[in-house]
Design a protein around this ligand. Structure first.
Ligand code: TRP
Length: 340
């Protein structure tokens, strides 16, 4: 019998976001949409990772503070139901910081430097010698987030796969130090579109690249974004056969259109020739307008009541505090650290 089968009872989901800005369509297809679908069938915790947000905004804590309600409003607007999902704040959970401190001793510098997502971010953000220590080790703190909730499922985009891998290494190593395993291994739950390209065609939609469409985007912004999207540069006349791979409009139709048969038909038509870019863009715009409009409206209402949003977060954090504190105590006992 596998050693950890005693914990296979009930799946627990933990996932989170850095509050560095309002959420966009990349978050929506990468993870948010899945969380909404999963919240009825799983015990789900969603963490606003403000401490992780500070790892590259250490001198700008106000930005992180201000974006906490923004992200909360996005969650609710997208359909996260606080009676089904526990919403909590990373900085309100001291057990996460303590677990991080314990895990840091069993992870080497070489290992954190090898994490491909972190490596990319370091280059992208141009840190060089000014790399904050906290930033380099944020995957360890993320492992603390996941393991503190005993989560075995983590719905994330594919850029987070290295974090899951590193978490499982930590779980393995820590468990081997205890008389009985305490921590649970976890698996990523990748969505169908685990990485949405930016509206400029760049491989990833990301705020730092300035190529996002927010869940709160205005009608006009959506219209302009779709209008400017790359299609197939060689598709000059409507009658020309066109390429659908690498064609942003089709990539987005795949990610967002609910009628898959219709998209398949459009693709075939486009490839044969005879279907114009304008028609495809109109279809995409209609679908995005329909998706975003209700979220934009709900969000505008929620964001007016920051008191309500923060009260929700406080309540969820209290529950999360109990769960994470209990894991911390188990870990301490397992290590033989006195627990008073
Ligand atoms: N690293 C994630 C991001 O940048 C946010 C995050 C923090 C997270 N803690 C987590 C995601 C735990 C999943 C599980 O979006």
């Amino acid at each position: 019998m596998p050693k950890e089968s005693y914990m296979n009872s009930k799946s627990i989901i933990l996932t989170g976001d850095r509050p560095t800005g309002p959420l966009h369509l990349g978050h929506f297809v990468g993870s948010l949409r899945q969380r909404v679908a999963l919240q009825r069938d799983y015990q789900q915790f969603v963490l606003i990772a403000d401490l992780q947000g500070l790892t590259d905004n250490g001198s700008n804590p106000q930005k992180i503070r201000d974006n906490i309600p923004e992200v909360l409003a996005d969650y609710l607007a997208a359909g996260i139901d606080p009676s089904l999902t526990t919403l909590c704040l990373q900085s309100a959970l001291p057990a996460l910081a303590e677990l991080t401190a314990l895990y840091m001793n069993i992870v080497t510098v070489a290992r954190v430097e090898r994490n491909p997502t972190v490596k990319n971010e370091i280059i992208q953000k141009g840190f060089a010698r000014s790399l904050p220590v906290g930033f380099l080790v944020y995957p360890i703190s993320q492992a603390a987030d996941i393991t503190a909730f005993k989560a075995d499922r983590v719905p994330v985009g594919d850029d987070q796969l290295p974090m899951i891998e590193q978490t499982n290494e930590i779980v393995h190593k820590m468990n081997s130090l205890f008389p009985e395993p305490v921590l649970r291994h976890c698996k990523a739950m990748l969505s169908e579109t685990s990485r949405l390209p930016g509206i400029d065609g760049n491989a990833k939609m990301s705020k730092s690249l300035g190529n996002t469409l927010l869940l709160s985007a205005s009608e006009e912004t959506i219209h302009r974004a779709v209008g400017a999207m790359y299609t197939d540069a060689n598709h000059l006349k409507v009658t020309d056969p066109g390429q659908v791979t690498g064609n942003m409009v089709f990539t987005y139709l795949d990610a967002f259109h609910s009628d898959k048969a219709k998209v398949a038909e459009m693709k075939a038509h486009y490839q044969r020739g005879g279907l114009g870019d304008r028609t495809c863009k109109n279809e995409l715009e209609m679908c995005l307008q329909e998706l975003i409009a209700p979220m934009r409206e709900l969000r505008a209402t929620y964001i007016q009541d920051k008191g309500m949003l923060m009260a929700l977060l406080k309540k969820g954090s209290e529950r999360a505090h109990e769960v994470t504190q209990s894991t911390l105590q188990e870990v301490k006992r397992g290590l033989g650290v006195p627990v008073f």
